[in-house]
Each structure stands twice: as C-alpha cells, then as structure tokens.
Design a binder for this molecule. Sequence first.
Ligand code: AMP
Length: 424
Amino acid sequence: MKLQAVKGTQDILPRDQAAWHAITAAAEQVLGGAGAGKITPPIFEFTEVFEKSVGESADLMVQKEMYTFEDRGGRSLTLRPEFTAGLMRSFIDHGMHTLPQPVKLWAEGPLFRAENVQRGRYRQFHQVDYELVGSDSALADAEAIELLYRTLQACGLTRHRIRLGSVGDPDDRAAYNAYLREELAPHAERLSPVSQERLRLNPLRVLDSKDQGDQALIADLQRPLERLGPAARGHLAEVEHYLRSWDVPFDLDPAIVRGLDYYRRTAFEVHYEGIGAQSALGGGGRYDGLIELLGGPPIPATGWAFGVERVLDALAQEEAAQAETPERPALFVIPLDDEAVGEGADLATRLRREALRVEFAYQRRNPGKGLRDADRSGARFAALRGAEERTRGTWQLKDLASGEQSEVADEALRAALTERLENL
Ligand code: AMP
C-alpha cells in the first residue's frame, strides 16, 4: 500500500514556503505595530478548555468536531480546534489580568477539526488570530476590525470586504430568544431534530442551522441586528463611525449571528468572493463572557481569526486576475485596405496615450484572418476599417467575446470602448 497524507492535511512544499511566510510576516508587522505580543500556546490542551468554550449542551459540541484522545494517564486531551479558548486559558494561567489593560495577543499555527473535507475546508488548517482582552469600548472592536482589514491588505489582498453585525446584550438576547420561541413554537415539529433541541435550550442557535427546511422556516423572521436594545445599538453605531472615519469598507449584515452565550454585541466576518462556497476568510467579535466561563475574572474581550489557506487561495485568484489584465489588449486594430494600415497605427498610438492597451496589424488583412490575429492577441475588442468606413469616418467595433458589432465614429471610439470595458 502506498503511504499517503491523511485526508484533509497538506504538505507545505519548499516552493510554497515564501508565500506562507509572507502571511505571518504581514501579521507580525501590522499586529505588532498595534502593540500585540505574539503568543504560542500548546497544540493540545485538556479537553475541558474547549468543551467549556463550546457551552452548555451536547449538541453544541457538533460545532467544532474535535480530535480528542486519552493520554497514558487516562486524561482527555484535545488537539486545538481554535485559538481563543487556549489563549484565554493561558491569560488566566499567567495572571495577565494584572498587566496594564487591555492586553493584546496574536498567534499563528495549525488547528485541527474533524470536518467534511472540501475546497477551503481541511482537517489540519492554519489561522492567524488576534485577541484584545480588557476593554469593552467600541474603539477596541473597531480597532480589531481595522487590524483585520489591514493585515489582509498587507498580505496583498485588495478585494476583501467586512460584514458587520451585532448580537446585542444579554437582555437583548433573552428578548430575542423569547421572540424566536413565540414565532417558531407553532412550527416546532417541522424543524430538524437538532433545531428542535436548540429551540428548547438556546433558540438563537436555530439561526446557525444549515438545514434547508429550517432555513425556510426562519427566512422571514427578524434577526438580532434588527432588535437591538439602545445600548447595543449605540455601541454598534460607534463601531461604524470609527470604521467610516478610518476608511475601512464594510456592509451591515443581519445574517451574522453567534449562538453561544458568551458572545456580546459586535460580530463580523471578512469575505472574499471568488474562492468558492467557503468565501469567509475569517471572522470574530466580542466575547465578554468567555474568560469567566473558563474560571477567570469577568473581563471583556474581542478578537478574530482568519484562515491562512483561504487567504492564499484568494491571493492566487488576485494574482491571476492581475497577471491577466496587463497582458490582454483592450483592442486589436484590423486594417482592411492599405490606406487603413497607417490609420490603424494612428488610432492605436492615440489610444495608448490614453492608457489603453492596443495592438494592430502591420499589413492589410481580410476580415477572417484579421479576426484570427485579434483572437490570438487575447484582445477583447477589434476595430476594423475599409473604404466604406473611411468615407463615413467610422470604425466597426466588434466585441470578440459576444460577436456583437456596431459602427462607431472615429472621435467616439475611445468613449465607446471605455464604456464597454467598464460594463464587462
Ligand atoms: P472559525 O474559527 O470557525 O470562526 O473560522 C475562522 C476562519 O478560519 C474561517 O473563516 C476560515 O478562513 C478558517 N477555517 C475554519 N475552518 C477551516 C477548515 N476546516 N479548513 C480551512 N480553513 C478553515
């Protein structure tokens, strides 16, 4: 039998090391620059560390399918499925609450979840993680989001986008849970078994269901974001205000919810369209109740994590897109008679001075041969001129992808081309 890597694990080969290193170097630079200290927690912990952080009911354990095993002394250990719980265990262990607050930490390394493997979803994967402990200010949330945005920018991404939401305060959650119970009670028997259990224990978690039947039942219900109390609403408005003044682009997204009890107020994700169904690069939010849950003092905290494999995937897309644009001419000019050869070169020169990429044929071409040349150049459009077009002072502008063609006056060609390129 040929030995293979375990499904859902990957070798990071020598040729990929530089790209991986660039991600952690970007994190070091941006997060270190904001006062975060790097911390490297152990790869496994006592299982309780993660169990406690997942909460109250056994069904919630499904959320992070964990690699759990017994050591020789019969104690239950777990390979870390996330950073936050281990970092907060360490925070408590080392009495970091006696340090000047807030304390900012960042970490990077492998995590382990027994998931269904697909593109962007592995069993051993890597995250960069940031946590700020000891402040409940909206400024801490806004700063965390800005740092996430800018770390990804420093990695080389340009098209990532923040989705911002809020799950409110404990009172809002209680009121929202009551609302959900009331709305869903009449349909309870149509919910999936897991959601029925959740409706009983923690209705908010029903919103996390991926079951299509459940999704249809909850589709028209209001989300926590639409039912925030005044305090949480004010906190969110402050976060929005800071993000706007720091030019961090974001969209408010009511779909962002966190079902576990220790989450409060701010919740966010960062997405990159074009890397498949798993478009989330990362996410985070405020988790004021977690440290207390783990046996520490009641200290508010906020943080996030992004997945390194997904960021590398997004970067590959972006590099492919960048590599494509400069190499593809916008226009290929085809002279259909001898006189049009010079006219075509003039046109190309004029358009190049306006920053368009243009190529042309150096000899008269018949239309068929000319269009083949144009295709081979990779151009999106072709401009053709023969005697008739010359009399009318026009060019035939042809979209090489759709085959659409229209006659455009010489002086209008630039504008027509720009407009079509923008509408692609
Ligand atoms: P989470 O810790 O579940 O909030 O996930 C945060 C980010 O980690 C996600 O947005 C992904 O980028 C990444 N991630 C989570 N689970 C996996 C996985 N199984 N494989 C690869 N990346 C993952």
